[in-house]
Design a protein around this ligand. Structure first.
Ligand code: GUN
Length: 290
């Protein structure tokens, strides 16, 4: 079994981006600029945004954060997005999700200029991805593909099983894996799939993205399978400084011995997600997508 180390790969890509940014600046160009919109004080969102801002600094990007209290109105938020769309200094921006109940997330996402939508959540980017056109690909699916690529894991013709059909991970990942040139055979399982165990036992590659800690058990995984764990559920942990620790969707201890490759949690997919966002921002600043 080989551990897929997302920290090492993310570090490599970080260096690649930093070198490219340094060259852009040396040539008299502008530093890529990522803006983040955050609403309220959700602990997870605060951490994610802080990490994104820190990573911007590490690769030489400019970053800015726009903060709102959780009672912000939809109109105020839409105005903010309009300003970011029109701000020529800002190459790309994200609105950290989830948003408070009274705000329609879809309406907010659709207000973002697709050319600045470095999260790849806008229907234009999702649609372009589905038909194989250049687009911003959402960060987690892009990060997973990059991990498989850098570990030279063969995807062509393989049975890939995705657990979970979220708009952020499961659905875009299915589209990417079945794309011409990637060429996987893809099955997506969800809460209404009756025979998940049998489907998983037929998989060469399993990607677990359902948010249920330790859902994937050893008896669901065939020998030699590749297992990618996207789960990051916070579970209370008295011994941890933060009071919690992250738990993946895979029963790692029992599944790992069966695998040819497996990602840990933390340190697998997580670091790749944030670095993929940096890559998208660099592409946005170069107007390299469309
Ligand atoms: N919330 C959880 N993951 C993400 C993400 O990738 N982007 C945004 N904007 N919000 C999130």
């Amino acid at each position: 079994m080989q551990l897929i180390d997302g920290k090492i790969i993310a570090e490599q890509i970080k260096q690649e981006i930093a070198v490219e940014v340094a060259q852009i600046v040396a040539d008299g160009g502008k530093r890529p600029h990522l803006a983040t919109v955050i609403v309220g004080h959700d602990g997870g969102s605060e951490t994610y945004v802080a990490n994104k801002i820190k990573m911007c600094e590490s690769v030489g990007f400019t970053s800015s954060a726009v903060r709102f209290e959780s009672d912000v109105t939809e109109v105020e938020l839409l105005k903010c997005i309009e300003n970011l769309n029109n701000d020529l200094n800002i190459d790309g921006f994200i609105v950290q999700l989830p948003l408070p109940q009274h705000i329609c997330e879809q309406k907010i996402i659709e207000a973002i200029n697709p050319r600045k939508d470095v999260d790849g959540f806008h229907p234009i980017n999702v649609g372009r991805m589905l038909i194989g056109l250049p687009c911003f690909v959402s960060a987690t699916p892009a990060g997973i593909l990059e991990l498989l690529k850098r570990y030279k894991i063969d995807i062509c013709g393989k049975n890939c099983v995705i657990l979970g059909r979220s708009n952020i991970v499961g659905k875009p990942l299915a589209a990417l894996l079945m794309q011409k040139g990637v060429d996987a055979t893809v099955t997506v399982c969800h809460s209404r799939t009756p025979n998940i165990k049998e489907i998983c036992l037929n998989a060469d590659i399993i990607i677990a993205a359902i948010g249920q800690p330790e859902f994937l058990k050893a008896d669901m995984v065939r020998n030699g399978a590749v297992v990618i764990d996207v789960g990051t559920t916070r579970v209370p942990d008295k011994d941890a400084k933060s009071g919690f620790r992250l738990k993946g969707d895979v029963d790692f201890q029992n599944v790992a011995p069966r695998c040819s490759y497996i990602t840990p949690v933390p340190g697998g997919v997580g670091p790749m997600t944030i670095i993929s966002l940096m890559k998208n921002t660099l592409l946005a600043s170069k107007k390299a997508i469309y």
